[in-house]
Every structure is written in structure tokens, then in C-alpha cells.
Ligand binder design. Structure first.
Ligand code: GTQ
Length: 349
């Protein structure tokens, strides 16, 4: 009898303790332990495909209705359905489609988040990075690393659209976002076209140069070159079971990832092929470039066409299928350098 009374007392005391905790900004670990320390990664972010056929009309409508002066950057963000309220496609990565019309300028600024661009449609816009302008043509890969001044302009006669990839959610989580406006709308052009490629991308570097090495000094990696290399790999090299033929955009100063937080790739899935599924603890954002194919993510098929964007979260199985007669070419960027730097990278079939 006494023990029943004691038990009831204890129960009431526990209830009192538990209801007192939130008011002191305290919580009981045992309530959340099993969901926090999972036996393997469990993601809130989900796999998803954004179809170009849905995005394109909305993007052009945004271009008609929202001037760049008002927007700073006219971008439609790709928001992961599992991360409601966050400007994020994964917990670390951000993706958006940016459009710039003839005659427009996206003003010069710099920020600590790193950015990459992959040109999707239109040609003849430019990005200026640290005094060097680079012309943006379809498939070109452009980097704007952490804290470099950059602006975009379009002196051509056509709209230009590209995919933006940033590490903004990561840098936000790390409470390290800094941003500054350049004093003028555009930075002055100080260097000739192709300057960074000649300086760093041809097997040389200026011997007394003291460029920062933690990101690639090369501003633009033209599609023409990347595609030629992929074609050559497809004709001469063995196929990787998971990735087909895949090239990495390189930081020539380290031989590693192009940016400290993001790695980028272009890959070729051979015609009539089904590759082998694998998974890894880095998330990938894919962009269809040529042909068409399927990414099966944990067995669910995501059929992609050129300019569709697909996100594969960390640790989800994925495999590439190309049922067609033509090679299927995909661009992707990932947060792998971060995961590797923290000794958290794991991969399995
Ligand atoms: O072009 O500098 O999609 O600052 C988001 C933030 C693009 C850019 C984005 C940016 C930019």
C-alpha cells in the first residue's frame, strides 16, 4: 500500500518536473535520445525533382514583373519540401534559378557564402569576379568564391538563365554570414577575358603569386572543354559502376574540390545503361544538361529532362539509368568537402 502511495507521489513529482523544464529552457534528453542518435542518418530533407517545364514560365514571369533594381538578384529558390521555412535545398546547400534580361545589371556585392553557377539558357551575359569578366554560355561553370566581389550583367539581346548553388544554409548555421555592397553598381574591369584561366588553368602559375589556395582561382570552366574531356573519357576509359564517366571541376592549386565547401561534377551516363546504386554522406543537387534519364532514389524513379533539378539527400540510395540512344549528361554539386573535412564521409552500396 505504502509503495502505491510512493509511486503516485513519484509520478506527480515527475509530471511537475517535466512541466517546469520548458520555462527554464531545459529539456529531458531521454525524451529525444532515440530520435537524435539514430543508427544511421535520417534526413528531414527529401528527394525531389523540380521540372523545368514548370519553373521556366514562372521565372520569365518574375523577369517581367520584378526588376533587378528591386531584387538585387532575381532568383527563384528551389525549396526542399521537407525543410519548410528554410531557404534551402538541403541542410547545407541552397539552389536557385537566376534570370537576367538584356541591359540589366545585378549589382556588385560580396558575401562569405561561396557560389557556383551553371548556365542553362541564353548566351552572352557575364559575371565579373575580382575585376575579371567572364562570358556565360550554356553549360559553362562559373565560380564566385567566398568574399570576392561579383556582379552580373547582360549586354546581349537575349535573356540568360543559370542555376545558382550556394553554401548559404551551412554558413548561416555556422553564424558566419557577412555581406557587403560594392560602392558602385558594377566593379571596374581590371583584367582581360580569360585571365584567370591563363594564369592558373594551363599548367602554370605566376611563380611569385600569393593567391589564396582554399578556393579555385579560375573564374570559368567552359562547357566546350568539359564536354570534350567527357567525350574522350567515354570513348577511352572504363565506366565507373556508380557514376558512368564523371569529371570533377578542380581547384588547380590543391588538386581538390573547386571551393572549400562545395564540389562540382559533370557526368556522362552511357546510352542503354543502368548503373549500380550507392549512397554516401554528402548530398547532391543534379541538373540535367543533355539527353534524358532517371535517377532512382531509394527505389523511386525521378525521370529528368534537360534543365530539371533533382536533389538526392545524404545517405539515400541512388542509381542512374539512361534508357535512351544518346548519352545522358548531368551536372551536380555537393557538400562533400565539408563532410570530408569533418571526417564524416561514408559511402556504401
Ligand atoms: O548571384 O550573387 O541565388 O548573392 C543568391 C544570393 C545568387 C548572386 C543567389 C546571391 C546570388
Amino acid at each position: 500500500m505504502a509503495s502505491d502511495v510512493q509511486e503516485t507521489r513519484r509520478h506527480e513529482d515527475r509530471e511537475r518536473l517535466f512541466s517546469a523544464l520548458p520555462g527554464h529552457h531545459l529539456g529531458a534528453l531521454w525524451d529525444v535520445y532515440a530520435e537524435s542518435l539514430t543508427s544511421e542518418p535520417v534526413t528531414r530533407e527529401v528527394p525531389y525533382l523540380w521540372s523545368w517545364s514548370h519553373m521556366r514560365p514562372l521565372l520569365y514571369e518574375a523577369a517581367r514583373l520584378v526588376p533587378t533594381d528591386e531584387a538585387e538578384r532575381r532568383v527563384l529558390m528551389l525549396l526542399n519540401p521537407g525543410l519548410r521555412g528554410k531557404s534551402a535545398i538541403t541542410p547545407t546547400l541552397y539552389a536557385g534559378l537566376q534570370i537576367i534580361l538584356p541591359g540589366e545589371v545585378a549589382r556588385s556585392h560580396r558575401h562569405t557564402p561561396n557560389a557556383i553557377r551553371l548556365v542553362m539558357e541564353g548566351q552572352g551575359a557575364f559575371t565579373a569576379v575580382n575585376g575579371e569578366r567572364t562570358v556565360m554560355n550554356p553549360g559553362d561553370f562559373v565560380t564566385t568564391p567566398t568574399w570576392v566581389w561579383h556582379d552580373h550583367g547582360n549586354e546581349s539581346d537575349q535573356a540568360v538563365v543559370w542555376l545558382d548553388g550556394l553554401d548559404l544554409p551551412l554558413v548561416t548555421t555556422l553564424s558566419s554570414v557577412f555581406y557587403q555592397k560594392y560602392p558602385e553598381r558594377q566593379q571596374p574591369v581590371m583584367r582581360p577575358l580569360g585571365d584567370s584561366t591563363l594564369r592558373y588553368g594551363r599548367g602554370f602559375r605566376p611563380a611569385y603569386d600569393s593567391a589564396a589556395t582554399h578556393f579555385s582561382p579560375i573564374v570559368s570552366y567552359p562547357y566546350r572543354d568539359a564536354r570534350e574531356l567527357l567525350t574522350r573519357m567515354a570513348h577511352n576509359d572504363g565506366v565507373n559502376p556508380h557514376d558512368g564517366h564523371i569529371l570533377q571541376y578542380l581547384n588547380p592549386l590543391t588538386g581538390g574540390a573547386v571551393l572549400p565547401t562545395m564540389d562540382a561534377f559533370l557526368q556522362w551516363i552511357p546510352p542503354h545503361s543502368t548503373l549500380t546504386a550507392h549512397r554516401h554522406t554528402s548530398a547532391s543537387v543534379y541538373l540535367g544538361v543533355e539527353g534524358h534519364g532517371t535517377i532512382e532514389i531509394n527505389g523511386e524513379a525521378f525521370d529528368w529532362e534537360p534543365h530539371d533539378v533533382i536533389v538526392v539527400p545524404s545517405w539515400w540510395h541512388h542509381r542512374h539509368v539512361n534508357p535512351g540512344d544518346e548519352p545522358a549528361i548531368l551536372f551536380s554539386f555537393t557538400d562533400r568537402p565539408v563532410i570530408k573535412a569533418l571526417s564524416l564521409y561514408r559511402e556504401s552500396e
